[in-house]
Design a protein around this ligand. Structure first.
Ligand SMILES: *Cc1c(COP(=O)(O)O)cnc(C)c1O
Length: 463
């Protein structure tokens, strides 16, 4: 068996010619389509016309299209993809050995670009379509900073203005992230800020708040809809983002196919769901079409447990309640994770597509506590060499746990997980872990009830 294994290299690369030339739209193969975005005023599905002041036109078309299976990747985007893709598919031989597991572990590594994450895959697409529409610039929010960095890079490449609202706690804890964004020409404002009406209101209602992604989204949307020539772009959650991120799964599958490897278990961390949705896309497509079966596991923090403890309901995507309503697993748009939560993945909701798949029993979800996530991160760094992002380390935790189960049962399962990025800008969190100052705050049912109370009530949306 060991000899068979050795035939598979540590890194499986595709050539440029073997790279996927199209994105895959998972929704095309779903029988139960994700519920449409609703206009919060009328509670009717949003039309392209209504979305036009917020998003770029071509991105709206992608957002609303749940029947076209494949979209050509425009040449201009593909050219930039080639500077950092294909991303390697790695065989975690060293981790397997350290664990003493018969499981075979593979990971798709998306951290090989300056943003340090998979987010550049969608940032490039979104900046490209904004430029093509003749816009001046785009606005966005960023939490840990990877999305803001990715978008800054993409805007620099396509010569667009980039205004980033950065969750205040991250702005203060991650000054280097901020400066990287400025290096690429973006303006960066800590959120909530006094530069927007919604920011001023949030500050009035919650003085001293350290911010949340939801607040920052509200601010970025307000600026995009009130300044001419700007649109809002979002780095996760939306269908269009999952579409762009399908490049992750398509490449991973092409690399596995080269060696006739079929994963049994596919694991990804879930914040808003974009890397997971992208990684699983072609595999879930096979599952939906009845061609193959896989176990698919979403991993989320126990401190922000949208899938495992949230409600499946229409909710706002932002704290300011100005964004469309999306049907998703949610903790309520007013939910703000405990400030000692250092591992990212702090969004209150989840992609509608993944929510529907989870609701239909096509995938599983687990929640993990942050100290165990950092233990896994450290074990991974020491064996595989890559310093993982805390977000990615949620997937590492679950992959190790599955591999350890194989050790007990003696099963030689093949595990694929998404290693979404690197953790160089997360050393404050690592420091807390090393100094024993990290705790595992898990919200109580009462904490969650307060968030659920903010979910809008209307007929058909009972929780
Ligand atoms: C943003 C981010 C995530 C989580 O976002 P998803 O949309 O759920 O993929 C995970 N890992 C890294 C490194 C990130 O930057």
């Amino acid at each position: 068996m060991a000899d068979m294994n050795k035939k598979i290299p540590y890194k499986i690369y595709l050539t440029e010619d073997e790279m996927p030339k199209q994105w895959y739209n998972l929704r095309a193969d779903m029988k139960n389509k994700p519920a449409p975005l609703l206009n919060p005023g009328t509670l009717k599905p949003l039309t392209a016309e209504e979305l036009a002041p917020i998003f770029c036109d071509e991105l709206i078309a992608q957002e609303l299209d749940d029947t076209t299976a494949y979209f050509d990747i425009p040449e201009e985007i593909f050219e930039y993809y080639k500077t950092y893709r294909p991303a390697p598919l790695m065989r975690a031989y060293n981790l397997e050995k350290a664990l003493g597991t018969p499981a075979k572990i593979y990971y798709k590594f998306e951290g090989n670009n300056t943003s340090g994450s998979h987010k550049l895959n969608s940032a490039l697409a979104q900046a490209y379509y904004a430029k093509k529409q003749g816009l001046k610039g785009v606005t966005t929010e960023t939490g840990a900073g990877q999305w803001g960095t990715a978008l800054s890079m993409a805007c620099a490449y396509f010569d667009l203005d980039c205004k980033v609202y950065m969750v205040k706690v991250s702005y203060e804890q991650k000054p280097f992230r901020r400066e990287v964004m400025k290096t690429y020409g973006a303006s960066v404002t800590p959120s909530p800020s006094t530069t927007t009406a919604i920011g001023r209101k949030i500050l009035e209602d919650h003085p001293g708040t350290t911010g949340s992604l939801g607040c920052a989204i509200s601010e970025a949307v307000e600026v995009a809809t009130t300044q001419e020539g700007y649109r809002y772009v979002l780095g996760s959650v939306l269908n269009q983002v999952l579409l762009h991120q399908s490049i992750i799964g398509l490449e991973a599958k092409a690399a596995l196919d080269k060696y006739e490897i079929t994963p049994d278990i596919i694991i990804g961390c879930a914040g808003g769901g974009s890397n997971l949705g992208g990684l699983i896309a072609p595999f879930m497509g096979e599952k939906l079409r009845g061609e193959k079966d896989y176990r698919i596991i979403a991993v989320e923090p126990a401190s922000c447990p949208s899938f495992t403890r949230g409600k499946f309901a229409y909710d706002f995507c932002d704290t300011g309640m100005i964004c469309p309503l999306a049907k998703m697993y949610t903790l309520g748009s007013g939910f703000i994770p405990s400030p000692n939560h250092a591992g990212g993945l702090r969004f209150h909701g989840m992609s509608s597509t993944l929510s529907q798949l989870y609701h239909d029993g096509l995938m599983e979800a687990v929640s993990v506590e942050q100290t165990s996530v950092f233990e896994a991160a450290e074990q991974f760094a020491r064996t595989e060499g890559i310093l993982p992002a805390p977000e990615s380390s949620h997937a590492i935790r679950a992959a190790i746990d599955e591999a350890l189960k194989c050790k007990e049962s003696g099963e030689e399962k093949t595990i694929l997980f998404g290693l979404t990025g690197t953790g160089y800008f997360d050393m404050v969190a690592y420091e807390k872990f090393h100094d024993g100052e990290m705790s595992d705050y898990i919200p109580t049912d009462e904490d969650l009830a307060a968030g659920f109370a903010g979910i809008p009530k209307f007929p058909g949306n009972e929780i």
